[in-house]
Design a protein around this ligand. Structure first.
Ligand code: TTP
Ligand code: MG
Length: 350
């Protein structure tokens, strides 16, 4: 099954926050970082400063030489962390499979997300719009069938850009891709590859996995895979879910117990399918049924149970329906999980 992965990366993140909070800076070249006396370095700079060749990790003194009018701004990490948390909340609206890489960057696996008609492209656009609306900064997004390509893609149309690599275009996209776009290929490896006449991933494909392993060790195997556009690494969420559920809003309200009961098998099957994807550390302890009535009031019935089988769900449904004599517009079924491991153990397992 092909996955739908989105990589989001904020544009000149720290600098964007500083320009947002002090609009007078917006048209000047600015950099966030340490003072130029002593040994300060640039954390990041806005795109105006980049025109002068200023870059992250550059000594501030060098940056000042390249761009004499560069305005230095002190970092405010608490503000960056708060913005990062807001972005995370938005991402979690679409999927639990959110893997943050840094304050301004994350992978999302939206393969199972039904929002935006299930279109990863529309989801990415909606996320970009929501971040802009709530934080007034821009993020760029890449959409692709795997992490490698999603990350390359998010950089492709930066800033404020979206790049989609659909499955049928992976081959053509990767063929032209310069090898230095591969994570882990720095100046040294790129130089070695160039001496073998390898500039693009297409060039890499002329070599067998054995030849590449011979020359580049274990990384050779990885190079071989990536050159084909293959990358099976899963998106590893850092936040554990407490429950999992499946729900459906019906085009026509359901009337009566039997009409509702008829919907349970489809819901339960989908729940099972999703549960099967979780690892064994997730142990259901409760089953529940959620009912939303025609007047939008809702009720949830749950009980201790390690499985959500049809019989259990049927009984919970019956209890819930007895609470109101109204047609039903939405039904949901789900399980709650045993409290996660103590925090310390979680970090060990991750
Ligand atoms: P990046 O996403 O690498 O850079 P950026 O968001 O500033 O710019 P771009 O538009 O190219 O994505 O890093 C995110 C933040 O992390 C950045 O705003 C500041 C910080 N950072 C450092 O402190 N030191 C560094 O060397 C880098 C690369 C980033
Ligand atoms: Mg960034």
């Amino acid at each position: 099954m092909t996955r739908k992965i989105i990589h989001i990366d904020a544009d000149c993140f720290y600098a964007a926050i500083e320009m947002r909070d002090n609009p007078a800076l917006a048209h000047l070249p600015i950099a966030v970082g340490g003072a130029s006396d002593r040994r300060g370095v640039i954390a990041t700079c806005n795109y105006k400063a980049r025109e002068f060749g200023v870059r992250s990790a550059m000594p501030t003194a060098t940056a000042k030489r390249k761009c004499p009018n560069l305005v230095m701004v002190k970092a405010r990490f608490d503000v960056y962390r708060a913005a990062s948390a807001t972005m995370r909340e938005i991402f979690l609206d679409y999927t639990d499979l959110v893997e943050p890489l840094s304050l301004d960057e994350a992978f999302l696996d939206v393969s199972d997300c039904n929002r935006c008609q299930g279109s990863a492209t529309l989801i990415a656009e909606e996320i970009r719009a929501r971040v802009k609306a709530s934080l007034n900064i821009t993020v760029s997004a890449g959409v692709a069938p795997n992490k490698f390509l999603a990350k390359v893609a998010s950089d492709w149309h930066k800033p404020d850009g979206l790049c989609v690599v659909p499955p049928e275009q992976v081959d053509a996209f990767v063929r032209e891709l310069p090898v230095n776009k591969i994570f882990g290929v720095g100046k040294v490896t790129a130089g070695r590859l160039q001496r073998h006449g390898i500039q693009t991933c297409g060039d890499l494909r002329r070599f067998t996995v054995f030849e590449l392993t011979e020359r580049f060790g274990r990384f050779g195997k990885r190079l071989h895979e990536l050159a084909q556009g293959h990358d099976e690494r899963p998106v590893k969420p850092t936040r554990r879910r407490k429950s999992m559920s499946v729900e459906s809003t019906y085009a026509q309200d359901l009337v009566g117990l039997e009409a509702c009961r008829d919907q349970l098998p489809a819901l339960q099957e989908e729940l099972e399918r999703r549960l099967a994807k979780l690892d064994d550390s997730y142990q259901p302890t409760k089953a529940f049924v959620k009912i939303k009535f025609r007047d939008f009031t809702q009720t949830t019935v749950e009980r201790h149970d390690s499985t959500a089988d049809l019989e259990t769900l049927g009984q919970l449904l019956e209890t819930g329906l007895a609470r109101r004599e109204l047609p039903v517009r939405l039904l949901g079924v789900g399980v709650r999980f045993r409290d996660a491991l103590p925090a310390q153990q979680i970090t060990l397992f991750n």
